[in-house]
Write a protein that binds this ligand. Sequence first.
Ligand code: PLP
Length: 381
Amino acid sequence: MKFETECIHAGQEPDPTTGAVMTPIYQTATYVQQGVGKHRGYEYSRTGNPTRTALEACLASLENGAYGLAFSSGMAATDAVLRLLRPGDHVLSGNDIYGGTYRLFEQVLRPYGLDFTYVDTCDPEQVRDGLRENTRMVWLETPTNPVLNISDVGSIANLLRSSENRPLLAVDNTFATPYLQKPLDLGADLVVHSTTKFLGGHSDVVGGAVIGKDMALRDRLAFLQNAVGAVPGPMDCFLVLRGIKTLPVRMDRHSENAAVVADFLTGQTFIEKVIYPFHQSHPQMETARKQMSQGGGMVSFIMRDGVEAARRFAECTRIFSLAESLGGVESLIEVPAAMTHLSTASSPIAVNPGLVRLSVGLEHVDDLVEDLARALGEVGN
Ligand SMILES: Cc1ncc(COP(=O)(O)O)c(C=O)c1O
């Protein structure tokens, strides 16, 4: 099946008892057993639920994985992946990552004995040089949140494959989605998603997922999913499944609108720098075009007059709502240093305080450009 068809059908057969075309929301905690231990594959909904099974199969299919596992949030998915490691293990991470991921690494997992260092993963040499004897995982976001840096997944996968300890390569594919980029095909071992974002697509659900190919890792991750219990409810799984059905058409429009917005912002008086992966000015544009099919829906830019201008601008837009999160049909604006990435403040990976991040939605692009133009005018006054 082609990707668009998989989005609508993968993991989703019509309901065998009623013929319902849409996957039912199996709103049940438990399942009757014919005899002790004799059941139809489901015992308890923390361990498994048919709506969740459909979502997990769909996600596996979209990322070309052998399995998918759904979690109650992107952070829960990230946490499960990190729990594959043991105290004393080292993780080499990109130095531009979602603030919540950094907080999990530094404030939750470091005290439990994992060690983290951060390098610019846009440069594979820095990854090679950063590996240690006890490095068990390399953690990448690409494009990154919020600076939209691009790391070459294939090159990093190759260098890890030939390294002595063969660390796992985990890629957070939230910003690109499998429609634009498939990290497992590029050589990654694990893909992580916040399904809250483009996969869900409507800002009405929080969820996460891990997808991979190696079944030994799947068994350990499924054990952790059940043992720790950060699972999504059936309604949440249904919402993500429903969102995924329109993922390709949404991502086409997100990318189209974002490219127009990036062009508009480029060269505006109050803007020092515009960042968009497929834009000529992006330092890793070639890598982006090699591994992504489109530039995606996120645009970031730095205001020339710094933090105060960034805050004023973000408070002046009307169609772009001032809010955290991204990837929904509606356009959002935020100031990462003061919002989503507050936990990186004063850290070595702190975000430029003048940076503004846009999640470009599916409204008419003329209205979006007009909104930004008007806000720029107000900042100038
Ligand atoms: C790139 C990225 N990864 C992970 C997360 C965490 O996901 P969630 O908010 O669903 O826990 C986010 C949230 O913004 C994100 O942007």
